[in-house]
Write a protein that binds this ligand. Sequence first.
Ligand code: UD1
Length: 422
Amino acid sequence: MSRMVIDGGFPLSGSVRINGAKNSALPIMAASILCQGPIVLKNIPKLNDVETMAKVLEALGIKIQINDCGDWKLSSFSGVNEEAPYELVKTMRASFFVMGPLLARRKCARVPLPGGCAIGVRPVNIHLKGFEALGARVGLDAGYAVAKADKLIGTKVHFDFPSVGATENLMMAATLAEGTTIIENAAREPEIEDLADFINSMGGKIKGAGTPTISIDGVNELGSVEYKIIPDRIEAGTFMVLGALSKGAISVENCIPVHSGAVIEKLREMGACLDFQDSRVIVSGKKRLLPVELKTLPFPGFPTDMQAQFMVAMCLAGGTSIITESVFENRFMHVGELIRMGANLSIRDRTVVIKGVEKLKGAPLVATDLRAGAAMVIAGLVADGRTEVSKVHHIHRGYQNFVERINALGAKIQYFDGDGDE
Ligand code: UD1
C-alpha cells in the first residue's frame, strides 16, 4: 500500500504553481462526447481521476491523443457507444458525467449507478429528474441508470438542491435538445461557468452559468475548439492553508483569487497574512492562528472540499473553533485521525467543536478520502516528530506531484509506492 512518511516541524517557504482544475477537467472531458471533434484541451492536470475519465471515454469510443506540450486531443468521428463500463465507473463517481452528453448525442445512455463513497451516499436522483424533465424515459436496469428519448425537449427544471454534478449533466444534455431549457436553483461553482464557456466556444448557447438560473438554447450540433481549463481553486486553497501554517511564506501562483473568496476570507479571519499580486496570493502565518466558525455551503459559500484542511489549522488555533458540514452527511472521517495526533475534537451530528492545542504529535494516519488525505499531510507537516500516512492513493486522485511540490518548499516527505519502493 502506498504511503508517505513525513518529518514534521520544518518551516516552509517558496512558490507553488497551481494546475488545471480537476472538477472542470472531468465534466469538460465528458462534454467532448457532444461532438465529433476534434477538441483540444489545455491545462488538463495529470491526476488519477483524469486517467479514469480518459479510460471511460476511450471505452465509449472517443480517441484521445496527448501531445508533447500535454495538450489533449479528443475526437469521435466513428460515433460513440451508449453504455459506460461498470468496472471503470465504479472507481469514480464523476464518470456519471458521461450520462448527459451520451443522452444528448445518442438519445440513449446506459451508465452504472455510482455507489456511495467515503463521504456520503451521494445519490443521483437530481440528475435523473433533470433528464426526465427533458422528455427522457429514465429507469434502472441491473445496476445501470438507463435513459432513452426520441428527442429531448427544452423545459424548466427546478433543482431541490444546487447539485454541481446534476447542473453539469443537465446542461450537457440540454445543449443538443430542441428549444430552451431553464435550470432554476442551479449550482454556481466556477467549474459550471468553465463548462458553459467550453460548450459555448463549441457553438453552444448557454447563458447565466455562475448564477442560480441557467438558460440553455439547444443547438443542432457543436464544432471543434481549443480550450484551456481554469486553475484548481481547491489545490490553491490547500496550499494557502499550508502557507498560513508554514512559519514562512508560500506564494500560490497561477490561481484566480475570486474563486477562493470564502477560503481567503476565513484565512484572514484566522489572522493569516495574505498579499495579492494578480494571479498570485502570498500567504504567511508567523503567529498562532485565531479560532473561527465555518459552515460548508454550495459556492459562493465555504467549499466542503476545503473543510478537512481548515480543520487541521483550527486544531492549532488559540481557542475554540466550530465547523458545520452542510453539503455531505459523512465527511468527518479525518476527525478520528486528528484525535490520534493529540487534537481536541468532538463531533455532534454535522458539527465538530475544535479546541485548539499547542502542538500536534506525529502518528500513523490513514488518508480516508482525497481532501482528508491532503489534510493528513498538512497535519504531519505541522506536527512534532514523524507521521506516516497510508492509503495515499486517494491523494493522487486530485493533487499532481504533491510530494515533490511540498518538498520543494522545504518539507521532508518520503513517498513509498505500493511495493515499498520510494
Ligand atoms: C462535486 C465535486 C466535489 C464537491 C461537490 C460539492 C466534482 C467532480 N466533484 O461533486 O469535489 O465536493 O461537488 O461541492 O465536481 N445530491 C443528491 N442528489 C443528487 C446529486 C447530489 O442528493 O442527484 C447531494 C449529494 O449527496 C451531496 C450534495 O447533494 O450531499 C452535493 O452533491 P453535488 O453538488 O452533486 O456534488 P458532486 O457533483 O457529486
